[in-house]
Design a protein around this ligand. Structure first.
Ligand code: MSP
Length: 501
């Protein structure tokens, strides 16, 4: 079974920010989880380098767009290992292989009769690189997303016959109620669709920074069509000398933010259908992270969470955990350094870190470092029953937050179990030796199972802990709570989440 997952690709007109880190982390959690399930995973991310936003920015800096793209693409690329993101390829839309493949696919769309010449007249937002329909314009002539004044454009363009796909898309939405997730995003995309589709510009005559249109070299492709195609073109050259398209296409999941849903849930499937290419299975639309004061993050307001600062202070695992946990995935939410710090100390250090260190310490102290090969407590066994299956179900709907909540309930349960059974008291009474062995075997087994499940969320800490627990298996079948702990040697390790940072 294959699992092909993608982030959107970032504009290189600015530097990486938390929104980019958020999407990459979310996809990485899912990619790692599916690898644990033994699936053949391909995880793609990259940069969107053509079009007006990049050309304008380069112009403002007095440099060529390629120079700006080269400089900023490196910054995006460098962010991935810092976040511990395990992407299989990083695509840049200025890669010559991408450009050639874009021309090939769009020529096919032309040959299939879905392209015609016309004159575009209407509102255009250079920041979105988007031609706005009347219903998307606010206050007379402003962009609903950026609030800036839109320009009135009149341009001879080649058009894509989006309207020809009205029925096909309606049928697709009806037959695949989870094509767009979560449900709120499905409803929004569906409403856009039922409003009626208008044809859209496929090319731009006014711009030169883009992929040349093969049947009319005085035009370049409109950046969104070039950009969307990255998901497909990457497979043809990600592995030198190999074409992975048949192996991984269609994609299982495109992860995107809510400002770009129209392109991914409407334009993209229509374009693929026009080229005779299979449609992706799911598009997941995540929410927006806002500053701690509930306003859009901005440097001048100083209300933001800078991913680089957060990484430096707390590390990648803590940032990953925090973003998956603090804001219900799929919804908007506020984030900030203060609440990251609070989660770090109350949950990672005091709950999970403490469970790990007390379990290892007691096995060291009372059992000479060997996990007692005793039967585990059926009471706790019952509370772990069905957990792995529930987590799978939630993660199949990209519900990173609820899946983590289910896991966390068990972290808390095991700490409570320790308080209830007081193994340090049992250790004082030789008659309670068997009870002590059972309590420690149970804590060990619970901690092991939880940690296997947390591999996707906090890969570095989970690997260190599993190593200390002498438990190497990280595949999903190891996430089952056993009726007897298997004998293993545990070794002490420094605190996973030190309290003094
Ligand atoms: N280049 C286009 C996408 C092309 S995909 C074929 C683009 N780039 S972007 O750099 O502006 O945004 C990249 C992603 O970051 C988008 O999915 C966007 O929704 C997301 N985010 C940008 N700001 C965000 C937050 N504050 N919070 C969460 N995600 C946000 O759009």
């Amino acid at each position: 079974m294959t699992f092909f997952i993608t982030t959107s690709i970032s504009y290189v007109n600015g530097e990486p920010h938390l929104g980019h880190a958020y999407e990459a982390i979310a996809c990485d959690i899912l990619a790692r989880h599916h690898r644990q399930r033994g699936e053949d995973v391909f995880f793609l991310t990259g940069t969107d380098e053509h079009g007006e936003p990049v050309a304008d920015r380069a112009h403002a800096e007095g440099i060529e767009p390629q120079e700006l793209a080269d400089r900023n693409a490196e910054r995006f690329k460098a962010l991935m290992p810092l976040l511990n993101v395990s992407n299989d390829f990083f695509i840049r839309t200025t890669d010559p292989q991408h450009e050639a493949r874009v021309q090939e696919v769009l020529q096919k769309v032309y040959d299939n009769g879905y392209v015609y010449e016309g004159v575009y007249e209407g509102w255009y937002c250079p920041r979105c690189a988007d031609f706005k329909t009347e219903s998307e314009v606010v206050d007379g002539n402003r962009c609903a997303i950026h609030g800036i004044e839109l320009t009135r454009e009149q341009e001879e363009n080649w058009f894509f016959k989006l309207s020809a796909f009205q029925q096909l898309l309606e049928e697709h939405f009806a037959a695949h109620p989870d094509f767009v997730m979560p449900a709120r995003a499905y409803n929004e995309a569906h409403a856009f669709l039922t409003h009626g589709l208008e044809d859209v510009s496929l090319t731009r005559k006014k711009l030169t920074w883009g992929v040349t249109v093969p049947w009319d070299p005085s035009h370049v492709f409109y950046v969104w069509f070039d950009a969307l195609l990255n998901y497909y073109t990457a497979l043809s050259y990600a592995r030198p000398g190999e074409d992975l398209t048949d192996r991984y296409w269609p994609a299982q999941l495109h992860m995107i933010g809510k400002d770009i849903f129209k392109f991914h849930t409407i334009f993209w499937p229509a374009l693929l259908a026009a080229a005779g290419i299979a449609l992706p299975e799911h598009v997941f639309v995540h929410g927006f992270l806002m500053g701690a004061d509930g306003r859009k993050m901005s440097k001048s307001l100083g209300n933001g969470l800078d991913p680089f600062e957060a990484l430096e202070v707390f590390g990648a695992d803590a940032l990953r955990f925090y973003l998956a946990r603090d804001v219900q995935f799929g919804e908007d939410g506020s984030v900030g350094m203060e609440s990251l710090k609070a989660r770090y100390s109350s949950e990672l250090a005091n709950e999970y870190g403490n469970l790990a260190s007390r379990t290892i310490a007691m096995i060291g102290r009372y059992c000479e470092g060997s996990v007692p090969a005793a039967t585990t407590d059926p009471l706790i066994g019952d509370e772990f029953r069905g957990l792995a299956e529930s987590v799978v179900l939630l993660l199949d709907h990209a519900d990173l937050t609820q899946a983590l909540e289910l896991i966390w309930q068990r972290v808390r349960r095991l700490n409570r179990y320790a308080e209830e059974r007081q193994p340090w008291q049992l250790a004082k009474d030789p008659e309670q030796a068997d009870a002590l062995r059972q309590v420690l075997a149970t804590m060990y087994e619970g901690l092991r199972v939880i940690t296997v499940m947390l591999v996707a969320y906090v890969p570095e800490s989970a690997a260190r802990l599993l190593d200390a627990l002498g438990a190497n298996a990280t595949d999903w079948s190891a996430a089952q709570f056993a009726t007897a702990a298997s004998a293993a040697a545990v070794v002490a390790l420094p605190p996973l989440f030190p309290k003094s940072l």
